[in-house]
Design a protein. Structure first.
Lengths: 470, 180
């Protein structure tokens, strides 16, 4: 496993008449198959995988232990109090759901925009989405207090013969996040079917043949099937696209529909969606920079792909920065004393430390991506991507706790601190995320082979159109 | 028909190395009037639908129908639970106010449509189909990697053991007989 950064062919140039190649090196269709399947077909993964898996499994175990402790003893083991009745759990929920949205943006929205460069990263990003949404879904479920009646969240007949209040964003969330989970899973699986068939046809052991064969549903590359497949894929992309916008808008409604100063503002839906894409693309960069190095995929996920991701991070980070400024402006322009106080309190009050971490990481740091050197240097982009996610976690923390801890009536004010259970539960969620991710890397093809092949010259006839690149 | 000693012939398989060869062959096979045949590739080949004469699928209509069903389910669910079965009397607001119900209606519409796309595609493709004679061919394993194939079923009215093989060879395919 080489960690040295080798000089790579630079396909990040912007020459107007020339489309940059998206697959580098002397690849043909068979070598693309080989490059991706090789990782999955190793009889035993490298020792580093086992070590990473052991660590992440242990951390996942800690997550379940913390949840068990929470269920046994009650929500008092967390730091929530009056008035801060929403603490780290909700911050973590929004954090993880937000990360998920970039995967769907890459899979679905970039597909609709014919951005072909998404073909080599969409499988990876969509897997990230599914695992992030799994982690997200845990928090609303466990934070309810009376977890034995958590089924009241759903419109299921109960002993009181009551139904949920469908006017509440809390139930909208139930439908939105569940829909998002199911649609993302379906979209990801549909994309996997042809590649699972490739693995089935290359399988050398009976177990692999049966496992991949079952999952591949008997796919045999029939053009009559491909025709309906392509239509289904396009429709799924078209359906997943409004989900990116609507799901995080509904999550933002958890705050915006409430009356609290600092929450009750119409900028929340677009601001949250931009922030979600911002943090999710940063997480993709964090994961893919090492993955492409360690698994020999640098010719399929090239510098150009990474640079494109950093540009999206820059754009969405700027939108988030703008939203911060507009919030301040709105608070001043409204003349509302409570609103104005809330924002001054964020910058100068007891949570100022969190606020300024957020501003540094979300507004200042991503602006470095204006410089080409930062967009193409792997170490710099890796560090920036981590700082972005730190900043985005703090953004949700600032939103939730500052507005709750100091709202309309000063006699109700109080300070919120997390307990060790809060902290370990959050760390535990990363364990779950990385455990799922390591399993994905081990058993499934990280790159969508069939889709990448459509980008190559061998996929296009001489009489037909040249491929769309870049 | 096959006798009890010889295996039954299911069809003829031809392998091609390039997309161009596949497209040219597909046009020839279509012109020759075959109906029960198919082409196989590791990715969807542009121009192959036209070359084969594949008609547009009805799947989008199925997806639309499922989406509309989801919308109606969402509307009905919220109307019945909040306005009829256990009416929510909240500060004089109307019992049924559809603007507040839009998020759930939208999400259920998208959910049903997506499931319709997924299941509709599988049903129309008759998947899962874990056994197919073509999967028994060793050569065919490369269909999911880097080679292109045309398979003509023996059931086709114009199928002739020798003639069909010769046709496929004449357009540059490496021919193999598929037996059950």
């Amino acid at each position: 496993m080489s960690t040295a950064v080798i000089e790579e062919f630079d396909n990040t140039g912007v020459a107007p008449r020339q489309r940059a190649p998206l697959v580098l090196g002397e690849h043909d269709l068979a070598s693309v198959t080989e490059a991706v399947c090789r990782v999955v077909e190793r009889p035993k993964p490298p020792r580093a995988w086992y070590i990473a898996f052991a660590v992440s499994s242990a951390v996942t175990g800690m997550l379940f232990a913390m949840i068990g402790y929470l269920f046994l003893v009650g929500v008092g083991v967390w730091g929530v109090n009056n008035p801060v009745s929403w603490g780290w759990a909700i911050v973590n929920f929004v954090f993880w759901v937000g990360i998920g949205h970039a995967g769907t943006l890459i899979s679905a929205i970039l597909f609709l925009f014919r951005q072909r460069w998404r073909n080599s990263i969409n499988r990876f990003a969509e897997a990230m989405t599914i695992f992030a949404v799994m982690c997200a879904g845990i928090f609303p479920a466990i934070h309810v207090g009376r977890v034995w009646v958590a089924y009241w969240l759903f419109p299921i007949p109960n002993q009181m013969q009551m139904w949920p209040n469908f006017r509440s964003p809390l139930i909208w969330d139930v439908f939105a996040v569940n829909t998002y989970m199911l649609v993302s899973l379906v979209f990801w699986y549909v994309g996997l079917i042809p590649d699972l068939a490739t693995l089935r046809d290359r399988a050398t052991t009976r177990i692999r043949q049966i496992a991949y064969g079952l999952a591949a549903l008997g796919w045999r590359g029939s053009q009559r099937h491909w025709h309906r497949y392509e239509v289904a894929y396009l429709l799924l992309a078209a359906l997943a696209t409004p989900l990116v916008i609507s799901v995080h808008s509904v999550v933002s409604f958890d705050f915006a529909v409430a009356q609290l100063p600092g929450w009750h503002t119409t900028i929340f839906p677009p601001y949250f969606v931009a922030g979600a894409i911002f943090s999710g693309c940063a997480m993709v960069v964090t994961l893919i920079v090492p993955a492409r190095q360690w698994f020999g995929l640098r010719e399929l996920v090239t510098r150009r792909h990474l640079e494109n991701l950093t540009k999206v991070i820059l754009a969405t980070g700027s939108i988030v920065g703008y939203a911060y400024a507009i919030e301040f402006f709105t608070a001043w322009y409204s003349g509302n004393a409570y609103e104005l106080f809330t924002f001054v309190n964020r910058a100068l009050g007891p949570y100022a430390w969190a606020y300024w971490i957020m501003i540094t990481c979300n507004v200042l740091v991503p602006q470095l991506f204006w410089f080409k050197r930062c967009r193409t240097n792997l170490v710099i982009m890796f560090i920036i991507s981590i700082l972005v996610n730190v900043g985005m976690w703090f953004e949700r923390f600032v939103i939730v706790t500052t507005s709750l801890s100091r709202d309309f009536l000063p006699s109700s004010w109080d300070y919120y601190s997390p307990t060790w259970v809060d902290i370990l539960t959050f760390i535990g969620s990363f364990g779950l995320f990385f455990t799922m991710f390591l399993l994905f890397i081990r058993y499934l093809p990280m790159v969508a082979m069939a889709e990448v092949k459509t980008l190559m010259p061998q996929a296009h006839g001489h009489g037909g159109k040249g491929g769309d690149h870049a | 028909m096959a006798t009890s000693e010889s295996p039954q012939l299911c069809g003829v398989l031809a392998e091609f190395e390039t997309v161009d060869a596949l497209l040219a062959a597909a046009r020839r096979v279509r012109e020759a009037g075959f109906a029960r045949w198919d082409a196989h590739a590791p990715f969807p080949v542009h121009g192959l639908d036209e070359a084969m004469g594949i008609r547009r699928t009805r799947l989008p209509w199925i997806v639309l129908a499922c989406g509309l069903m989801g919308v109606l389910v969402g509307l009905g669910l919220q109307w019945w639970t909040n306005a009829v079965d256990y009416p929510f009397l909240i500060s004089g607001k109307p019992l049924f106010s559809w603007p507040a119900n839009v998020p759930v209606i939208f999400e259920l519409g998208v959910l049903f449509a997506a499931m319709g796309a997924f299941l509709g595609m599988l049903v129309l493709n008759r998947l899962p189909e874990w056994y197919h004679p073509v999967l028994t061919s060793e050569r065919f394993r490369r269909a999911t990697s880097d080679r292109f194939f045309i398979v003509i079923d023996a059931d086709d009215p114009r199928f002739d053991r020798r003639g069909t093989s010769e046709l496929l060879e004449s357009v540059g395919g490496a021919v193999e007989l598929l037996e059950a």
